[in-house]
Design a protein around this ligand. Structure first.
Ligand SMILES: Nc1ncnc2c1ncn2[C@@H]1O[C@H](COP(=O)(O)OP(=O)(O)OP(=O)(O)O)[C@@H](O)[C@H]1O
Length: 259
């Protein structure tokens, strides 16, 4: 899909998602350009994970639609890679790093009995090399640090060479060094794939992403990653939660003398 001169990787049109009586997303319209590195911020419960799951086709919209390169999410499986929130993962999973990365495309019911083909193992090895964890391939998952675990999840998500990589809080609960490693890795990956990252890490917003979306059930802002003070006023509905924690000041441009 193209929009003028640029190719659009993901489109959300009038996307509304409800869980029973809870409206998680309300009439969201969003175009994510190919090659973008989009940060999604917003208060807890603002619908960030729901948007990722909608792009993945894990959740069906109540109204509106999502398109990935013009396709329905259900037909775009190979195009999208997903790094879920670590909180939703079982870290005591009885497998090696290599097996977890290789099992990316297997159905859950066969993964324990599957004999990996050389092609599958080669793809896993390549993904682990890209993610900088090849040396860890024979370790048990339970032995990994928080940062290593995240890079394993990224390796798993990129093992089929997706065009779009979705990440849900990839630096939650990792130390500062691992966070830097993960951002370096994502910057490299952005050379060949569109990245969409949900984050509460405002440092990432100011230094890593190319553009920013602010979600508080509605899409309150989508544009440059540097938010001006005027925008903050306009964004009141979203950053009010962040403002309460004093965070958006870090996304604001530094004041020059006399300003
Ligand atoms: N499976 C579900 N069933 C019912 N309600 C849900 C479900 N998943 C999410 N919700 C509700 O939908 C809303 C949006 O949740 P979502 O997880 O998308 O927000 P979020 O912005 O990712 O939040 P956080 O920053 O806390 O991870 C919340 O009110 C949440 O309680």
């Amino acid at each position: 899909m193209t929009d003028g001169a640029r190719t659009v990787a993901v489109t959300a049109r009038n996307l509304t998602v409800k869980y029973g009586g809870v409206v998680a997303l309300d009439n969201v319209c969003l175009d994510i350009a190919e090659g973008d590195y989009l940060g999604i911020i917003g208060p807890n419960g603002g619908g960030k994970t729901t948007l990722l799951k909608s792009i993945l086709g894990m959740i069906r919209p109540s109204e509106g639609e999502i398109r990935i390169y013009g396709k329905n999410p259900s037909d775009a499986g190979g195009i999208v890679g997903y790094v879920p929130q670590v909180a939703s993962m079982n870290k005591t999973f009885p497998a090696s790093v290599r097996e977890v990365v290789a099992m990316a495309k297997l159905r859950p019911e066969i993964m324990f009995f599957h004999k990996y083909t050389p092609v599958e193992l080669e793809a896993a090895d390549l993904a682990m090399e890209k993610a900088g964890i090849f040396d860890l391939r024979n370790k048990r998952v339970s032995e990994l640090s928080g940062g290593q675990f995240q890079r394993m999840l990224i390796a798993r998500a990129i093992s089929h060479n997706p065009k779009v990589l979705l990440l849900d809080e990839p630096t939650a609960n990792v130390d500062a060094t691992s966070r830097t490693d993960i951002y370096d890795l994502l910057e490299k990956l952005n050379g060949s794939m569109t990245i969409v990252m949900v984050t509460h890490d405002m440092l990432a917003v100011s230094s890593q992403v190319r553009s920013l979306a602010c979600l508080n059930v509605r899409l309150v802002y989508h544009g440059e990653s540097e938010i001006s003070e005027d925008m903050v006023k306009e964004l009141y509905g979203c950053p009010i939660d962040l403002l309460a924690h004093g965070v958006p000041h870090r996304v604001l441009r530094q004041h020059k003398d006399g300003e």
